[in-house]
Design a protein around this ligand. Structure first.
Ligand code: ADP
Ligand code: MG
Length: 373
């Protein structure tokens, strides 16, 4: 089981979005081959993989083909049906395991798991019926979130007062929800931790994350928080990875309130948007690290080589003036090869490297404003 997988082997990825694409680039530059499964014929990763299996994630024939041809299979998308991972795991190696994905697919299960592992979730209650809404005790404002299938702020509503809860619950389709206290945020941070099947772990530097409309806007590294909180966040992320017996890349999001209390928000069983800075600013990127972890290799050095600010580019402001970005000698541009720009769709990002984060932020804001003009 503890086999190492070397260049020349075939690595499988379930999901063909930008995370899968950047995994493909990292794997292929290290000499691995990549097979991507995604139903979309134009998926960003499928287009650059050695083999694109264009099929639904529940297609048994396609899954069997993946299992036969891949030495190890990973995911870039947490909503892959767990049964599909179990089917693959009967005949090949699958990291992370189906159980870790199942936990991350449900906010309630995820919060309970994190709490049992020693982390502190935001105070929350579970709602499954109108009667639960009538009876729940919570301080307001609060945030109502569907337990399943939410991402980038979708599937959630801010609830200003108790009177608004029923209508917010109806607006989300009366599906199972968690109701969370809205934290007075001093800032948000995330930790990306890598773990291999021998239990070796390594964290990337903590990213300070700013969101707009529920979507990550910029990531700032090093985060402007005390070294004490940095250590706490890293040690909690490691605890979670150990409790899950996790293999691969795990992203853990935290809230920090005005009293510097650290709360667990959510996790993602895959590389994370807030880790895109590692592509240009760390010895090892999160995507190389994903390759290393699923192949049973030693975690790569996660040292930060330069202060960095990552800026997301969404479809809202498409038709960018490329010269605006490309004329800056300390900006690294990354585009995902998506042809159709829709509002809120992640099209690419750029990393600004500078001697300190304030200087990088200044350039990032200047360029972003020019792009939005
Ligand atoms: P997802 O990233 O899956 O859409 P999150 O739960 O991370 O869902 O919520 C998205 C963003 O909304 C967070 O990063 C944060 O900015 C804001 N948010 C969500 N829940 C809360 C909360 N309880 N208190 C304060 N802000 C919140
Ligand atoms: Mg989030």
């Amino acid at each position: 089981m503890n086999k190492k997988i070397y260049p020349g082997a075939m690595l499988g990825v379930l999901g063909g979005g930008q995370l899968g694409r950047m995994f493909c680039v990292a794997a292929r530059s290290m000499g691995y081959h990549v097979m991507v499964m995604d139903p979309d014929e134009h998926s960003p990763a499928g287009r650059i993989a050695d083999v694109h299996v264009q099929a639904d994630y529940q297609d048994k024939d396609a899954l069997n083909k993946m299992a036969q041809q891949c030495d190890v299979i990973t995911t870039e998308f947490e909503n892959i049906p767990a049964d599909s991972l179990r089917l693959l795991a009967q005949t090949t190696v699958v990291y992370p395991a189906a159980q870790a994905l199942e936990i991350a697919q449900d906010r309630e299960v995820e919060k309970r798991f994190a709490k049992d592992a020693g982390l502190t979730p935001v105070p929350y209650a579970v709602l499954a019926t109108d009667a639960d809404c009538e009876n729940v005790t919570m301080s307001y404002p609060a945030v109502l979130k569907s337990t399943r299938l939410g991402y980038d702020g979708k599937g959630q509503r801010v609830v200003a007062s108790r009177n608004d809860l029923l209508s917010a619950y109806a607006a989300l389709g009366k599906v199972a929800c968690v109701l969370e206290k809205q934290i007075n945020l001093r800032c948000e941070v995330s930790v990306i931790v890598a773990r291999n099947h021998d239990g070796e772990m390594r964290c990337f530097p903590v990213s300070e994350n700013q969101h707009r409309n529920g979507v990550l806007h910029v990531g700032i590294v090093p985060a402007r928080i005390s070294s004490d909180i940095v250590q706490q966040a890293k040690s909690l992320a490691c605890k979670l990875a150990e409790a899950l017996e996790y293999v691969g890349i795990l992203a853990v999001e935290f809230f920090i309130d005005e009293n510097d209390e650290l709360y667990f928000n959510e996790m993602a069983p895959r590389p994370h948007n807030s880790g895109h800075y590692t592509k240009d600013a760390c010895v090892t990127s999160q995507f190389e690290q994903q390759v290393r972890m699923i192949c049973g290799l030693t975690p790569g050095d996660t040292r930060l080589l330069s202060p960095v600010v990552m800026v997301n580019m969404l479809g809202d402001l498409w038709q960018p003036d490329w010269l605006n970005i490309l004329q800056e000698s300390n900006i690294k541009l990354h585009l995902y090869g998506k042809t159709e720009a829709r509002a809120g769709r992640k099209m690419g990002h750029f990393n600004v490297l500078d001697t300190d984060v304030e200087a990088a932020l200044k350039t990032a804001r200047k360029v972003f404003e020019r792009l939005s003009a």
